[in-house]
Design a protein around this ligand. Structure first.
Ligand SMILES: C[S@@+](CC[C@H](N)C(=O)[O-])C[C@H]1O[C@@H](n2cnc3c(N)ncnc32)[C@H](O)[C@@H]1O
Ligand code: SF4
Length: 456
């Protein structure tokens, strides 16, 4: 890699790209796919196949200025409980199509901050899930938590309800960065939250960090990574700050003049990577780190890792059902997304009984399906034997020849090694996995680059 000239490198790679949490990506969703497709695809899920469930809660206790998620502060506990009642109703509509007792291997609550739901309503939704599905005994049951606002009774309740993993937002521990982002969170708060969760029996802890925020520096992000690694989370996700002010106007409330440029982002990412590896973490895919003993580290080593909308997962399920505002579902036939705002979601749920609150999606072609698998394997394993892949899918020889030609620049820069039909992404190329995947993306050219965040 030509690190002697990071500016030239960044100039070559600083384009806006999808994160390839799915293929086709959400940029391809249109209203040509709707609730009838979701209904048909739910009915087609084979009865014995374990699936993944995702529940979305779009509320937070306070809003962070950097946040790209669709969230709002809802002061009224009754209004939050009313939203939970809609989740229960949507689960009923889903099981009506799917059939009762379907096995579930992964259950994830995300947001927003799902712990903004009053404890009693969380209990009701979990009871509905247990009554309508069969949660497998070794199912991963996880929830996203804001360490600044976890109600005291929550850790014990989460344990009682079967949760076994929690994902905590940290981002950066430097007070000047926190001030710029409107998220003040002491290291002590994070430590206390982890201790409370582990003390209650929720042993597996994930932590989110971000680089590329205003006022972040190489030294600062390295200190954050080192301090957080000392708390021994089982996994970390390290996201590049996605500056999407056309989607999230509140990002303009940050001192955007103090955003690090692409070269600084690149160096910050490398500094976090070095600090986490030095602390004994295993890099996983584009942006995750795992303790060696964590199932994600094991899956990464033995080639059974998967990619989903939340990033990476150990769950092999081919069906993911998203419930709640903006939630995305994924089926072999395609993907669907619910109405995005909580208000639009509530309106759709109220309009027609039994109708799913789906507003858009995409149907997958045969070509999409093979490219989805290829991109997923690249994002997870960082290598693929295209000859074996082509043979396994019965494709014509040379099916990916045009795509492979697009990798020549990455090859010259030492980010990929191509030998015969084998494509291998080097460790230096890990940061450019999206660029590698993009070579196989047949929708990208038609896509508007502004719809994605920076690829570096
Ligand atoms: C739903 S939030 C996490 C849970 C909880 N609400 C919290 O903030 O602690 C999921 C994660 O998305 C990441 N995130 C949010 N906005 C982002 C952005 N604009 N760019 C990159 N990552 C972002 C943050 O790392 C955040 O922790
Ligand atoms: S980072 Fe978490 S707490 Fe902050 S606004 Fe986003 S979802 Fe809410």
């Amino acid at each position: 890699m030509n690190v002697a000239d990071p500016a030239a490198l960044v100039a070559r790679y600083a384009r806006n790209l999808p994160r390839y949490t799915s293929y086709p990506t959400a940029a391809q969703f249109t209203d040509a796919v709707g609730p009838d497709d979701a209904r048909d695809w739910l009915r087609a899920v084979p009865a014995g196949d374990a699936l993944s469930l995702y529940l979305h809660v779009p509320f937070c206790d306070t809003l962070c200025r950097f946040c790209g998620c669709n969230t709002a502060v809802l002061r009224s506990a009754d209004a939050r409980a009313a939203y939970a009642a809609l989740l229960i109703e949507e689960l009923r509509r889903v099981t009506e199509q799917l059939g009762a007792g379907h096995p579930v291997s992964h259950l994830q609550w995300g947001g927003g901050t799902p712990t903004t739901l009053p404890v009693g309503t969380l209990r009701q939704v979990m009871q509905t899930i247990r009554n309508s599905f069969t949660l497998l005994p070794d199912a991963e049951i996880s929830i996203e938590i804001d360490p600044r606002h976890l109600p005291a009774q929550y850790p014990a309740v989460l344990h009682e309800l079967g949760f076994n993993r929690a994902s905590l937002g940290v981002q950066d521990i430097d007070p000047t960065v926190q001030e710029a982002c409107g998220r003040i969170q002491s290291l002590e708060q994070t430590r206390t939250c982890i201790d409370a969760l582990r003390g209650a029996g929720i042993r597996a802890i994930n932590i989110d960090l971000i680089y590329g925020l205003p006022r972040q520096s190489v030294r600062g992000v390295r200190d954050t990574a080192t301090a957080i690694a000392a708390l021994s989370p089982d996994r970390l996700a390290v996201f590049g700050y996605a500056h999407v002010p056309w989607k999230q106007k509140r990002q303009n409330l940050m001192p955007t003049g103090e955003l690090p440029d692409a070269i600084a982002r690149f160096e910050q990412r490398a500094a976090i990577n070095d600090a986490l590896c030095a602390a004994g973490y295993l890099p996983v895919g584009l942006d995750h780190y795992s303790h060696h003993a964590d199932p994600m580290g094991i899956a990464a080593r033995n080639g059974t890792l998967h990619r989903n909308f939340q990033g990476y997962t150990t769950d092999p399920a081919t069906t993911l059902i998203g419930v709640g505002a903006s939630a995305i579902s994924s089926f072999p036939q395609g993907m669907t997304q619910n109405a995005v705002s909580a208000a639009a979601y509530a309106r759709l749920m109220g309009e027609t009984p039994d109708r799913l609150p789906v507003v858009r999606g995409v149907r997958r072609t045969d070509d999409d399906r093979v490219r989805a698998e290829l991109i997923e394997r690249l994002m997870c394993d960082m290598e693929i034997d295209l000859g074996a892949f082509i043979a396994r899918h019965g494709l014509r020889a040379g099916y990916f020849s045009d795509d492979m030609r697009k990798l020549s620049g990455l090859e010259t820069d030492g980010f990929v090694i191509i030998s015969g039909q084998r494509l291998h992404v080097t460790e230096a190329g890990r940061a450019f996995l999206r660029h590698v995947a993009a070579a196989f993306d047949h929708h990208l050219e038609m896509d508007m680059p502004q719809r994605h965040a920076s690829g570096i």
